[in-house]
Unconditional design. Sequence first.
Length: 172
Amino acid sequence: MWILASEAPNGNWLPGDVNEFIWASLAFLVVLAIGLWKGLGPIKAALAGRTERIRDELAAADNAKAEADARRTEQLAKLGDADAEARQIVVDAESRATTMRADLMAKAETDVEATKAKARLDIDVAKGAALADIRAEAAANAAAAAEAVVTQNLDDARLGALIDSYITEVGA
């Protein structure tokens, strides 16, 4: 019991009570594991959903390109020698598809970065809450340990003298 009251280093590389450090670390790891367990699933689901939407949009761009190719073939059949016009239609469709693809990729990257930033913020908030809980618990444990040491070290004579000196100080 006297080891808990010592203010001298415990001889280890950890400050204070090793058991307190172990329990605080375990509590932190439990809170962190719960945060990761409950938080990573929705984040992964959101990223997977966004990826699926991007795939759908890319498929729509490919369909637009396929439609442009089909129009080109139709125009060639109708106009015969209008190769120059058909080439222009294909070039326009390809440039639109390329532009659309580039826009979709840029939007997807922006959305992914925003989602990552939000996830990082959520993790930081959860980490801060866990650290605050651990600090509060450590403070409560330290207060309880100090109270136990003080009550064990005071006998009736010392307690009476302490009360008398307090009454004298307050009266003065």
